[in-house]
Design a binder for this molecule. Structure first.
Ligand SMILES: Nc1ncnc2c1ncn2[C@@H]1O[C@H](COP(=O)(O)OP(=O)(O)OP(=O)(O)O)[C@@H](O)[C@H]1O
Length: 712
């Protein structure tokens, strides 16, 4: 049965204009139907009145963006103006930089609805406890959940640092300098390998949560990176719990508050909370996006994953809205700003982007110019150098932020979203946006070195983990949900195995990357050559889901990856040597080719000569046969003449015998002569016959020989 909560008319997440049609979801293994997800139309964000953008210097821009992260939110609403391509290009590279920064990339006050009073009541237990007591860490070393337990000890600021930071701090101290705790990315880049950075972001209350008067179960200490989750039943009992007579609690807690330590705990719930600073989109970019881009420029592969329950703010964090762009647009914008500044005669950059989604375990291209009725899923292959990759995925070379924005919008429009009880525009697929950055350095004057650095920035907006009953899903939505949960469970298993082996420094169990398309494609980002960060998005009022997300995230922080700078470095000497080597190979090949053709010619010539020989022999035998024939004919003629002569003599002799018999006595001399002639004639005849038969034999042999030669 199809999901009854879904209306047939489509809409897209976040970007203004919804497309006319949208493919619907299909069962796993079947081609993705053209309307994969029909969703409830969402009113598009009203266009904001354009405001004149203020020219700013580059340093002013940096300062401003930084200020967005650090300054207290003033609450002053500022109209935004859309980014214009021309504005990006107006930057003067040689003179003092003058940049027009689109307002939406500047500090923007978060459009958080005013928080109702009842939501501002924080668990007093947490407010009253001193920070050193509130931040606890598991000493058991199990590290599986990262939650606090009664046997926990206070955590110092050193404990909050990741192992790589501690390592750097130690090495820096031994070299007489101190490492900055805040420069997490730079420490990692020096070490080359490090743990997956884990950040938790709590989103504001949604209108339906405000309506139902949901309570805030979360509190955060941004300085220490702690997130505390209180059970809903304990929320209103803070005083009694901690103000018991002589330290004895008056009430038993329903469940202990769960406390977790992360690299960052980012409070986006409201602006009034005292113990945590609001982290809006700009501040979030400063905390995770900027560093990731730094690494990409250094040549590292980087990855930022957004994880969390459905409706927890993953897509908002990654993509954002037109007014409040998320990590992807901000990174792309910053990327081209930096490229403009860094491009010189000898340093050039190329940027390529791709965007795909994993829907029901199949990979679909999100950047195709037109979406087919039933798009064909793409195949996943593995290259020995680049690891698993999507075959035939569309990749665009882009030269400006405006181009990226165009493709990003196209991809977001094509992504499968649908309405569920938890989120009106729930992402039903995992989306992966990749930027491939290539930096080419060459010394044009000296022709000394050529250097090529290839890095990949990957953003993964995971589909939301969900419970079927809370999302109210049935039919197609339920099937999608099952596939989403399956791949997230595999991701969880992969994370758990990687974390365990990192913690125990033991030989890794087989990591089941291949058990889902998602983990297979993220293999390198999770356990290989990548600097990876995970942003765990949580709702402020869903205990079970937030607890599960925080536990998931807590495991991920133990994973260590081994990032390397992806650089090809060829010296001019090496290059020349290679060229000479290649030229020699070409010469050798040409020689072989020439040799082959001359050998072939020689072989042909020899065959012609041989043939000519045979022809000569044939001609010789033919001539000989003619001569023999002439001889034969002459002998035959002679034979005929002799025969005639003999007949005449015989006649004459007969005549003479008659005459002699009649009258004359034949003298003896005549008889003798007669006998002698008769003998000679007999002898001559014998010899003649012998000659003739010889001639016939020769003639036959010659004939046979001729036939044989011709047959050859
Ligand atoms: N930090 C935030 N500030 C303001 N609004 C937020 C924030 N995070 C989330 N929201 C709002 O919460 C709602 C749900 O967020 P979003 O769609 O990003 O959730 P999601 O985790 O991507 O959900 P799904 O997995 O179902 O796609 C949206 O209306 C979004 O604008």
């Amino acid at each position: 049965m199809e999901d009854t909560t879904v209306s047939p008319s489509p809409t897209r997440k976040y970007y203004l204009k919804p497309p006319p049609t949208m493919p619907s979801a299909g069962p796993p293994g079947s081609p993705r139907p053209s309307s994969r997800a029909s969703v409830t139309p969402r009113p598009s964000t009203p266009a904001r009145p354009p405001s004149p953008t203020k020219p700013k210097t580059a340093s002013a821009l940096n300062g401003q963006i930084h200020a967005a992260a650090t300054s207290e939110n003033t609450g002053i609403s500022r109209p935004s103006s859309p980014l214009k391509t021309g504005q990006l290009k107006s930057h003067n590279l040689t003179g003092p930089a003058t940049l027009r920064v689109p307002e939406r990339f500047q500090q923007t006050p978060t459009k958080v609805p005013p928080t109702p009073k009842h939501l501002l009541s924080r668990p007093r237990s947490q407010l009253r406890r001193p920070a050193s007591v509130a931040v606890l860490r598991d000493e058991s070393g199990s590290g599986d959940s990262g939650e606090s337990a009664p046997s926990l000890r206070p955590v110092s600021s050193l404990d909050v640092m990741s192992p790589s930071q501690q390592l750097l701090r130690q090495s820096a101290t031994s070299h007489g300098r101190t490492a900055s705790v805040s420069s997490k990315y730079s420490t990692d880049s020096l070490v080359g390998q490090g743990n997956v950075r884990v950040l938790v972001r709590a989103r504001p209350f949604l209108p339906r949560e405000i309506e139902s008067e949901s309570k805030c179960l979360l509190s955060m200490n941004s300085a220490l990176g702690t997130t505390t989750l209180t059970h809903p039943d304990d929320i209103d009992r803070g005083d009694e719990l901690w103000d018991g007579v002589n330290g004895t609690p008056l009430f038993r807690r329903v469940k202990d508050a769960k406390e977790f330590v992360f690299d960052e705990s980012l409070w986006s719930v409201d602006r009034t909370t005292k113990n945590a600073q609001l982290v809006d989109q700009g501040a979030l970019y400063d905390k995770v996006g900027r560093g990731s881009l730094d690494h990409a420029f250094e040549g590292y592969h980087t990855c930022i994953l957004a994880y969390g329950q459905t409706g927890a703010g993953k897509s908002y964090t990654m993509i954002g809205t037109d007014d409040e762009p998320g990590l992807i647009p901000r990174t792309c914008y910053d990327l081209f700003q930096r490229i403009e500044k860094l491009t010189t005669a000898t340093t050039t950059f190329t940027v390529k982007i791709s965007y795909f989604e994993i829907y029901n375990e199949h990979v679909y291209d999100l950047l195709l110019p037109t979406v087919a009725e039933s798009p064909t899923p793409l195949k996943v292959r593995e290259s020995p150098v680049d690891g698993p990759y999507v075959k035939d995925l569309t990749t665009y070379s882009v030269r400006s932020y405006a181009e990226v924005e165009k493709y990003l919008k196209r991809g977001n429009r094509q992504r499968a979203t649908a309405a569920t009880n938890m989120n009106a525009t729930s992402s039903r697929s995992h989306a992966v946006f990749t930027i491939a950055l290539k930096k080419i350095e060459s010394d044009a004057v000296m022709d000394e070195t050529t250097e090529e650095t290839n890095s990949r920035i990957r953003f993964v907006d995971l589909a939301g983990s969900e419970r079927a009953n809370s999302t109210g899903t049935t039919g197609t939505r339920l099937r999608e949900g099952a596939n989403i949960n399956k791949s997230l469970t595999t991701l969880g298993r992969v994370i758990s195995i990687l974390a365990e082996s990192s913690l125990a420094s033991k030989k890794r169990d087989i990591v089941p990357y291949r058990d889902s398309t998602l983990t297979w494609l993220l293999k390198d980002n999770l356990g290989g050559n990548s600097k990876t960060a995970m942003i765990a998005c949580v709702s402020p009022c869903d205990y079970e889901e937030s607890l599960s997300t925080l536990r998931y995230a807590s495991q991920a922080k133990h994973i260590r990856t081994r990032a390397v700078v992806n650089q090809d470095f060829i010296s001019a000497a090496e290059r020349d040597e290679k060229l000479v080597e290649m030229q020699q190979t070409i010469n050798k090949l040409q020689d072989t080719l020439a040799q082959n053709s001359s050998t072939h010619k020689q072989q042909t010539d020899a065959q012609v000569v041989e043939l000519e020989k045979f022809r000569k022999v044939i001609r010789y035998y033919e001539d000989k046969a003619e001569v023999e024939e002439a001889k034969r004919r002459a002998i035959m003629q002679e034979n005929e003449t002799v025969k005639l002569h003999n007949r005449l003599i015989t006649e004459h002799v007969k005549e003479m015998r008659v005459q002699a018999t009649e009258s004359i006595k034949i003298p003896d001399s005549f008889v003798k002569e007669w006998n002698s002639i008769t003998q000679d004639t007999a002898k001559f005849r014998k010899e003649l016959f012998a000659d003739i038969s010889n001639l016939f034999r020769n003639d036959r042999q010659l004939h046979d020989r001729t036939v044989h030669v011709k047959a050859q």
